[in-house]
Design a protein around this ligand. Structure first.
Ligand SMILES: C[S@@+](CC[C@H](N)C(=O)[O-])C[C@H]1O[C@@H](n2cnc3c(N)ncnc32)[C@H](O)[C@@H]1O
Length: 319
């Protein structure tokens, strides 16, 4: 992600001081980052994450990389493709100040329906980026402390636009008693996440993944869910308020909603660039949600970079 724009400050990195003999995938991945001029900047973020989250971070990163291997994915190759696409889109945004990625229908045609792009770079690259870019990883950490603690066995929940399946995979791994459902507009997301759960030995009885478009009505009755997740999707939809109202419809009163987005951070399928976290909080309010907790993470706060991306995450309840 943007982290590859980070300037090499020539600092000694804690994460490079250990052998990592018991984390072979992590060790190999660090070696690949270190030996690639293009990816070396990402090491600064990995070092920050290691210093903050310690061995727990390395355990998660190792499991993520090992899962990609089991799926036949080369983590370095997909991360490189992801970073390349990110930098290309960021540079274009820095020139114009606009996303300029086309209409939702054009994006669907070009990206979500494109098997090669989704299966070979977009989805596996995003999954790996959750482990190795601070912008995404910090949102996951907020999810862990502010959202996961609210889940209970027997609750019925869904993720809309689950894509690479990273969040559902986390819930399924953390709560053996919970079953989940998910919707995505891309059939390639369904295939990818199903395969991820299979290689992670998660029984297919525990999840139901379906096609669904958040620009329209989802095939679900009113008030069906106790929790709902929408991560890195609201900036992609045609009409954010309409989509949030649709999520409100399918949730029970009092249900918990986890949502993330990003500002000033172009991707090939971003449509809306929100101006502030207040703007997003107001959107949530206008769709019938009350914000309970929120976080904001500017990439430039921890590493030296000219990338102004700011990650936002919210835990809300449905009125
Ligand atoms: C950037 S990915 C995020 C994936 C996942 N939530 C995560 O955080 O890793 C965006 C996902 O949203 C899906 N998506 C975009 N527009 C959608 C819509 N209108 N309805 C349902 N899914 C949509 C895309 O197919 C893609 O899988």
């Amino acid at each position: 992600l943007p982290d590859s724009n980070i300037e090499d400050k020539g600092m000694t990195m804690d994460v490079m001081q250990r052998e990592w003999a018991h984390s072979p995938e992590f060790k190999e991945f660090l070696g690949s980052l270190n030996s690639s001029a293009f990816l070396k900047g990402s090491l600064a973020s990995v070092d920050v994450l290691y210093r903050k989250y310690g061995d727990d971070y390395v355990r998660l990163a190792e499991t993520m990389l090992a899962s990609m291997r089991k799926m036949g994915v080369d983590p370095t190759k997909v991360f490189e493709a992801y970073i390349y696409q990110y930098i290309r889109d960021l540079v274009s945004f820095q020139k114009t100040g606009e996303y300029n990625n086309g209409t939702f229908d054009e994006i669907k045609d070009k990206i979500y329906d494109n098997e090669e792009l989704m299966s070979e770079t977009y989805l596996p690259g995003l999954f790996v980026a959750y482990g190795f870019t601070s912008l995404l990883h910090e949102k996951y950490r907020f999810f862990e402390r502010a959202f996961l603690s609210r889940l209970r066995p027997g609750m019925n929940g869904t993720e809309v636009g689950f894509g690479d399946g990273f969040y559902l995979w986390n819930i399924l791994n953390s709560f053996p008693d919970i079953s989940v459902s998910g919707f995505d507009i891309s059939e390639h997301a369904l295939k990818f996440s199903k395969r991820l759960f299979e290689v992670s030995n998660i029984s297919s009885a525990r999840y139901q993944l379906r096609l669904g478009n958040l620009n329209d009505k989802l095939p679900v009755t009113d008030g069906a869910y106790d929790w709902c997740i929408l991560t890195e999707v609201i900036e992609h939809v045609a009409d954010p308020v309409l989509s949030l109202k649709e999520l409100n419809r399918i949730m029970k009163p009092g249900a918990t909603f986890f949502m993330t987005t990003v500002m000033d951070s172009n991707h090939m399928d971003h449509i809306t660039n929100f101006e502030s976290s207040d703007e997003v909080a107001k959107l949530l309010g206008s769709a019938g949600f009350v914000v309970q907790d929120q976080m904001e993470h500017a990439l430039s706060a921890e590493v030296q970079t000219n990338d102004k991306s700011v990650g936002l995450a919210f835990v809300s309840t449905r009125v």
